[in-house]
Design a binder for this molecule. Sequence first.
Ligand SMILES: *Cc1c(COP(=O)(O)O)cnc(C)c1O
Length: 240
Amino acid sequence: MFDSSPEVAIPTLSFAERTRRVVDEVRNTALRVGRDPVQIKILAVSKQKTVADIRALMNQGFRDFGESYVAEALPKLDSLASAGCTWHYVGVVQSNKTKRLAQHFDWIQSIDRVHIGKRLADARGEFSTTALNVCIQVNIDEEPTKAGVSMDQVPELVDQLQEFPQLQVRGLMAIPNPDAHQETTRDSFRQMRELFEKLQTNTSTHWDTLSMGMSGDYVIAIEEGATMIRIGTALFGPRI
Ligand SMILES: *Cc1c(COP(=O)(O)O)cnc(C)c1O
């Protein structure tokens, strides 16, 4: 009659309530640290979520979506082909997937090898006259199993990628160690920002994206200078 188990007692938030919370928190954090909230783009990471879920977020005004698995993403991108969304790939880039990525996505945030950049550039040239936006993924905490280059390899990779006219090199992306203490995460974000700003002088005018911060740490990321946060759980609810 009266169920007190926590899973049942906690009301499920609607898409409108969840997005309102995130948007408010982004805005309040930005203002608190003297930043203009419009400088922070919220990328809705829709992996494991349905086309209906994505449409629900579109109804809340979202247009930028992120996916991590090519096979899962392509049918969704296809269903939403005329919806006017911008699609970001944030997963590991495998060589045998570069063609499909370059054809269907607007952004690839996870480049960590020039070889992958070249394959994406060649494929993009076949499919489109507009450049593919790319970010370099930095393995900020030097985790052995994680994709990304170390910080000291970033400048060379930026130079190499800028040689490809089919790529627009927009900035840096990082996923800090999820088990790190908050202050360690803050330190990682701070190092990313320093590197991002240092590279601003020898890169194109399109160097404008510092992609860091997820559901658990986006407030810290905004405090430390993120221009794009990638939010899954806090917008869509938990994944299975
Ligand atoms: C899944 C994912 C996210 C979103 O994670 P949440 O913790 O659910 O917000 C962000 N970035 C990348 C690269 C991801 O794979």
